[in-house]
Design a protein around this ligand. Structure first.
Ligand code: SF4
Ligand code: SF4
Ligand code: SF4
Length: 399
């Protein structure tokens, strides 16, 4: 096995523990690998997911027992997400001491991996203590919309037992054994910010493996790409005990890459059209647009709590929210995340006033390229943050 190679993976035949369990999504290969890693103490724990108040919201849970990994709500995680203010990166940074004292395995979306990189640059997370299985992520289902559509169709929320996203379609399995399919982009869609996310697979080598479940190849094999020496070692060892891994042909790899490139290209076009709307404004109009949006702010602080790269334990803005003007709150926040925003869309998603926070910060990052050439948040763990003391010192000595 080599870094950069793709494999179709399935659990080895006769894997009694695995086969006796109800794997609701895929063929069980990822669970076999994660369980193997726990059993062999390659990681101390895996950050996993369990249903929270309903089928559409998950809570993060830590799994240390190899057998428990088979309870992971993977199909739900791929389609939906953790609660509004949680994300894998935020949870690791704030609740797990940034993995500084344990080796932790995570399944992370590309935007979460970008957040890990920004957090690592600020010493909030120890990347070396993470084993990252990066998801191929076509986007998260807009669950508010989904719930509305299900209500209209008189489908009881509690009757949904499983979900799958395949070839642009969300397939829901109901408890009477029937299925309901929804073409994404029609009645039901992924979140609007996912529709303009042009990175559907991790772009940097923080991921040790990438995991592809929605792919155009035939069969139900789970596809893994080797992304690091550690990922390579894990897959090679797992292949001696718990999985069968068959290297994909060049044609199959090309098919996967073409599939994801076309999704990314479409998203890039949506993003560019959003940027163009702001570019077409005069400076005064743009100022008015931003300020009039910020005036709507209710100072609820959900955007700060949800942002994976807002890591300060004692946030000045939260502490002083009652005395600060809403415009000042937002300008302060914008100045804090202006060089770190990883465009995950969480802030916009949680804002009760639907303020387009993500597009505003994304555009700020885009426009600051001239100021900090080569700077792209979430893409280079070695980069010195341009507004840190070290970054400013380096810039002034280069002048
Ligand atoms: S922004 Fe959406 S599509 Fe992009 S990685 Fe995050 S969840 Fe996936
Ligand atoms: S500012 Fe918004 S889009 Fe940017 S990283 Fe924070 S939550 Fe995500
Ligand atoms: S989530 Fe929206 S309303 Fe709440 S503090 Fe942030 S910008 Fe203001």
């Amino acid at each position: 096995m080599e870094i950069g190679e793709f494999f179709a993976v399935r659990p080895k035949e006769g894997l009694e523990d695995l086969m006796s369990l109800d794997i609701r999504f895929g063929n069980g290969a990822i669970q076999a690998i994660m369980s193997f890693m726990l059993k062999n103490q390659i990681v101390d724990t895996f950050l996993s997911f369990q249903e929270r108040k309903d089928h559409f919201t998950l809570k993060p849970v830590l799994v240390e027992e190899p057998k428990e990994i088979f309870d992971i709500s993977l199909s739900q995680f791929i389609a939906y997400n953790l609660p509004n203010i949680d994300s894998v990166s935020k949870y690791v940074a704030s609740k797990l001491n940034g993995t500084k004292d344990k080796k932790i395995g995570v399944i992370a979306r590309p935007c979460d991996i970008r957040a890990f990189i920004e957090l690592a640059k600020r010493e909030q997370v120890s990347i070396d203590n993470l084993f990252v299985i990066g998801l191929e992520c076509i986007g998260r289902i807009d669950t508010k919309l989904l719930k509305k559509v299900l209500k209209k169709a008189e489908i009881d929320l509690e009757s949904v037992v499983n979900e799958k996203i395949n070839d642009g379609t969300l397939i829901l399995e109901l408890n009477d054994g029937t299925t309901q399919s929804f073409k994404l982009g029609e009645e039901i869609d992924i979140r609007s910010y996912c529709n303009q996310c042009p990175e559907k697979v991790p772009k940097e080598n923080v991921a040790d493996l990438t995991f592809w479940i929605d792919h155009p190849l035939e069969g139900n094999e789970e596809i893994f790409e080797v992304r690091s020496a550690e990922g390579q070692e894990v897959l090679e060892k797992a292949a001696t005990e718990v999985i069968e891994a068959e290297k994909l042909s060049d044609e199959d790899v090309q098919q996967l890459k073409d599939y994801i490139t076309s999704l990314e290209q479409t998203a890039l076009e949506v993003q560019e059209s959003e940027f163009a709307k702001l570019d077409e404004m005069t400076d005064e109009e743009r100022f008015e647009y931003v300020i009039s949006n910020f005036e709507q702010c209710t100072s609820c602080m959900m955007c700060i709590r949800a942002c994976p790269i807002c890591y300060c334990k004692d946030c000045n803005v939260i502490r002083r929210r009652k005395e600060l003007d809403p415009i000042m709150i937002n300008l302060t926040r914008l100045s804090h995340i202006g060089d770190t925003c990883v465009a995950c869309g969480k802030c916009s998603e949680v804002c009760p006033k639907s303020i387009p926070l993500c597009i505003i910060s994304k555009k700020l990052v885009e426009d600051s390229k001239e100021l900090w050439p080569g700077h792209k948040p979430g893409h280079n763990v070695e980069e010195i943050p341009p507004r840190s003391w070290k970054g400013m010192k380096a810039a002034s000595s280069a002048e």
